[in-house]
Design a protein around this ligand. Sequence first.
Ligand code: TXA
Ligand code: MG
Length: 333
Amino acid sequence: MVPSPTMDTRVLAIDAASPSPAILREAADVLAAGGLVAFPTETVYGLGADARSDAAVAKIYAAKGRPSRNPLIVHVPDAQAAQALAAEWPEAAQQLADAFWPGPLTLVVKRKLGGVSDAAAAGGPTVALRVPKHPVALALLRASGLPLAAPSANTSGSLSPVRAAHVLEDLEGKVNLILDAGIVEGGIESTVIDVSAAQPVLLRPGLLDAGRIEQIIGPLLQPTDASDTGPLPSPGMLERHYAPRTKLLLSSNPSVILGVSSEGVAVLALDADLPPGRAHVVRMPLDPVAYAARLYDTLHDLDAKGFHLLVAQEPPPTSLWLAVRDRLRRAAA
Ligand code: TXA
Ligand code: MG
């Protein structure tokens, strides 16, 4: 086996609210030279590279072990910069950009040739664009003057990072620089909407509640799981994803599982009256936004503690829980 090349990974602490211009300049220099910089967004940490450069973007795929047919989200500082990378900018894109950017929303639009690199779009006719809200992400976009391709900064298929330490543990030696601004606020990824065709499609539920999007542009098509027999709507969505190393079961009634065995088991519980037995019980927030903010951090923490089984109590089947339920289902796949 050929050993993969490694590099020194530097970690620099940066203030989340007012990032140091000197540190931003260092990060921008790494990006301009075609290197990789992990940075915080309001959702999860991203693994950034110059989206215009095939060579720089190739390093993202290599570091993550990500299939090159799975396109990346390109981050830009404002809607005007997004529009400049699009071949068409539909009314729905403008309405959603006005309402939710900067913020945890990604829009898939037709790609302008000569905009982002083929690698960032995985050779496809569309590009996924997002204006992040985190002050460090926005300041880095402005300091570098580059559109930044940035998937979540984790090995393909595993848990997304919500702290710099998660990035370091997973990708040390594969990323030049990590900007450490502490734990991020959102905790799960952006909502991805395809507005490239006549009927908008929800490709990935995420931090921005889909109901708020429907209030503005009307009903969204939702690709069902049956779509793995048809054409790929969003390549990333068919793989086991967002998964801890420890086996995870999703259960509407964890007591049944705990009745069989609770030794070495950790439970992400919603009910206050779960009989724990000898299981380690983590009480999760009853509000979906607060739950999302805790989810990956809790799973990272439990992974490190060496339980042999994690059991997550299924949240209610309401639309506000859509994104959390999606991540739990994938983590358990
Ligand atoms: O919150 C987020 O979105 C984070 C932060 C870092 O911004 N990024 C992120 O990127 O989650 P990633 O690469 O892990 O997820 C991108 C998702 C995948 O499901 C991918 O298949 C989909 O967006 N996607 C990207 N480009 C697409 C395109 N042109 N058409 C359809 N789906 C696309
Ligand atoms: Mg990801």
